[in-house]
Design a protein around this ligand. Structure first.
Ligand code: FE
Length: 194
């Protein structure tokens, strides 16, 4: 198990958040570089944190910064699974590890919500960003109806504990939610390779 790749990304992100005075564009630029390296090779995600659920997409916490400055999550899509329309309230970088997902951005209008541009499809190794300043509302789905897809998500906070919103795609009506995590144990990053 090549935990070194994951541990290296966490070390780089920890170093980044220790530096003061970084504005969001700089953070997103540096975080994208780290995430691009992380999803460049699909050989490191532990099998237990890559398992789909027959009904629901899974969000497995890979690492949570002790001071909630960032969190890293594996997002596992079963065939045909999709999120509701939702926001994040913090910056995020999504890196496609396996399979493919489709991302439809939305914007709020006086009457509700409207698509903010076309749906984008992420191929393995590709990245997408969200944040309140660049567009924070979207709906994401597995591009495939017959196979699992996995993306790795980095957020500028502990995403599983943040109060945020899901939206009715029709009316734009908001409902508060906290997403939590599907796993109760995080990976042992220090396990010997093998
Ligand atoms: Fe999202």
């Amino acid at each position: 198990m090549a935990h070194e790749r994951l541990l290296g990304a966490i070390a780089a992100l920890s170093e980044m958040v220790e530096r003061s005075g970084l504005d969001e564009p700089r953070i997103l630029s540096e975080a994208r570089d780290v995430m691009a390296d992380l999803v460049a090779v699909d050989d490191w995600l532990p099998e237990e944190l890559a398992r789909p659920h027959p009904e629901y997409y899974r969000q497995y916490l890979l690492y949570g910064d002790p001071r909630d400055r960032f969190s890293l999550v594996s997002f596992v899509w079963g065939p045909g699974q999709k999120t509701p329309v939702h926001d994040h309230t913090v910056w995020g970088v999504i890196g496609m590890l396996r399979g493919s997902e489709c991302d439809q951005p939305y914007r709020q209008t006086a009457g509700g919500l409207e698509p903010a541009g076309p749906e984008k499809t992420l191929a393995p190794g590709e990245l997408a960003c969200v944040s309140p300043s660049i567009g924070d509302i979207h709906r994401v789905r597995n591009a495939y109806d017959d196979r699992v897809s996995i993306s790795i998500h980095l957020y500028g906070g502990n995403i599983g504990r943040i109060r945020r919103s899901v939206y009715s795609a029709d009316t734009g009506q908001r409902k508060e939610f906290v997403s939590g995590y599907s796993n109760t144990m995080v990976p042992n990053l220090w396990a010997p390779p093998g």
